[in-house]
Design a protein around this ligand. Sequence first.
Ligand SMILES: [Zn+2]
Length: 407
Amino acid sequence: MARRESAAAGPGSRALVVDLIRSSGPISRVELVKATGLTQPTISNIVRRLIDDGVVRETGDTVATRGKPRTLLVINSRAAYGVGIHLGDSTLTCVVTDTRGGTVGRQLVAAPAGTGPADLTDALADLYRDVTRGLGLPPRSVAGMAVVGPGPVDVVRGDFLAPGRRPAEQGLARELSERLAVPVLVDSDASAATVGEFWGRQVSRERTFGCLYMNAGIGSGVVLDGSLHRGASSNAGKVGHVAVVRDGEPCPCGNRGCLEQYAAPHVLAARARTVPGLADRLRIRPDDPADRAFDVLARAAVYGDEDARALLDEAADLLADGALTLVNLWDLDTLVLAGPGFAVAGSLYVAAIRRRLGERACTREVHAVDVGLSSNPRDSAAIGGAALVLQGSVAPGHGPLVAARAG
Ligand SMILES: [Zn+2]
């Protein structure tokens, strides 16, 4: 008892209570006592503070019981707004969500033509101002902004380390935070999507939850006890750099035969151009960017083009091995596929992964693994960025979220 009471003062208990209301609300104080093992006075104190802060509200409904009627609690959707911007290959996607993860605004613009760090900073600042002003959000209602993109990332400095991207002088997060006067964080698209899917799908913290993310690269994230597992430098989960072919194709990461070199969308788009007649038949033009060419190929595979289907099946087979590795490493019970790479033919990948896990997962005799597709694979990283900001703001204590604040 004493141990629990001393823990109650820490941010962990607040995060736990927020997380339970998020995933199972509407919920009463009595149910929170049962679910957390904390005492009734502790729950009352935490809930009172959450209501004072505007994070939680009473629904006005009560549950009749033999004793006193129980008031139900939910997350206050308007407590704060989070802004997430996803750096895609050729686009920037900005999404604004409320505290319950509902999307209140979205804008897609072309990525800046210039490749210098200042070009990106300017484009991100303009997009943030456009979207928040367009929605009429008072500056104080915005909890912060997350910029998410391909890893690796340096979350302490707040910038991307991806090859070909020149880092901003003081770090992207600090430069943006100073310019916009909001907290800014930088994280990988896979980490963001993982938190976004966990938060948005109202997954219970008791689940061992994994997310497989595919855009230009292939990454993953795992949520354990309600917290994203980050690793030593917030770069965990690079399943795309697990070698699937010994001494195979060289990869920019330095390894050879990485999964990404065989199953990533741009690789399939390039292979489609080498199959005689396929690119012409699907009207994939030589100057089409890889992500667009891949979407066309994936659509053709879904509609039964045999050549397109063969390419997708081969990639899905390799990706299923990647998913099997994730499930076996973490003993996952839930796996969600997210990212633009799954936007068109996600169901083909889901089927291949379900089949593989049913046949080969080490735990298949012990428990099933629930495999599903994001309800919005294309925007999942941007939505997740907003979720990262909100989770850090309303339920601090969830993990080493690093957000730079101006000044
Ligand atoms: Zn690699």
